[in-house]
Design a protein around this ligand. Sequence first.
Ligand code: AMP
Ligand code: ZN
Length: 460
Amino acid sequence: MTIKLHNTKTRKKEPFDPIDPGNVRMYVCGPTVYDRAHLGNARPVVVFDVLYRLLRHTYGADHVTYVRNFTDVDDKINARAAESGRSIGEITSETTQWFLDDMAALGALEPDHMPRATQYIPQMVAMIEELIGKGHAYEAEGHVLFAVDSWREGYGRLSGRSVDDMIAGARVEVAPYKKNPMDFVLWKPSGADLPGWESPWGRGRPGWHIECSAMAYELLGESFDIHGGGNDLMFPHHENEIAQSCCAHPEGDFARVWLHNEMLQVEGRKMSKSLGNFFTVRDLLEQGVPGEVIRFVFLSTHYRKPMDWTAEKAEEAKATLMKWRSAVDGIKPSDVDPEMLRLLCDDLNTAGAIARLHQLHREKDMGGLAASAGMLGLLDFETGAWWREISDSPTDELKKTVERYISERAEAKKNRDFAKADAIRDDLASIGIMLSDSPNGTDWMLDHTNPQLGNFEALK
Ligand code: AMP
Ligand code: ZN
């Protein structure tokens, strides 16, 4: 089945035709590791996880390479270290592990490569030298800047703006050493108190954009298939990545398809750290919202539409997952439903795919439901602990009812009505409630394999 994807570069939905079907390559911009991921940060992770799963299903799990970076050199990290008195390394390694744990809770598969920027400094330096050599970058006051005027024909094409429009519209950092205010930093000097690496331009550190260009080149080559991220990164980050990569490696065309997810919002505004209107994935998990529920809510809205997180949506998702999980419990997954697959191939129509899962449940195709939900990363074992906990632990109502039967049985025994006492024990056993007598009284446990479990109606 042909996958169709909306390409930001052409503003069209296009059939996806990989450069090498034996190795389909995708790069997604990852987090800057200085703090817990907020819920908005999780949206691209889940969106591109679904695409990764679809590509693996289509081309084979061994024929897809997914790279997502960690930005572990950044002024926000430096500031966090300075204000907390902790070391940069401590902060970035702790935050990286938090991110991995939180995303695993959402059922996201780990990418094949998760490069950290600080491990690719020599590659960044090499790329910057290449850009200077080709006349696309210049050194000024210890900085190296990309000269946007050296590539006017290409700069701004992704976001559909001209350089003049961008100068007029953007908040660009004006600096005396810039030839054009739009020129952006490839390398900047580091004082003794900041992380730095030796380079031909003195001790310094890379700008943000160069890391993705250098790591994508190193791990995926000069041309690859898909580049993803949130649409807040389109300009300047992705525009700058393209400029750097296409100018350093004009023989390639960097990423062929650009995919951008829309923002998770709070009351109509982007959830972001700088607006302060955020809560973290960990906050939700700690409030008892299962990761699988978060994932389901995300998938209910198409990735190119803005979405709000609401408690109602989470409640509804949880009820649906409870219903589906009990329906597929013990059922062997059959094949992925072709209609669900068709919807997913249509620019990741996850909302349509979920509607289709509802239909499979209504039609009692539980094997198809299990297999198809599995393709979306739902109803699988790893994310199911929350449901097993709920379904394994007796409700208060069940406990009260069982205790009533047990005291009735004790009463019968006291009256030497052993026939009645045994009948109660056998009745309860028939609905999966197993009694055992001990000197301290009567204990009980539940037999979860009994399909009549807890069906007290059957005893009347
Ligand atoms: P950052 O750490 O801010 O660079 O963001 C990491 C990833 O999360 C990027 O792909 C961003 O586009 C994405 N992102 C940040 N905020 C949101 C949001 N509110 N909704 C969806 N994606 C977001
Ligand atoms: Zn990037």
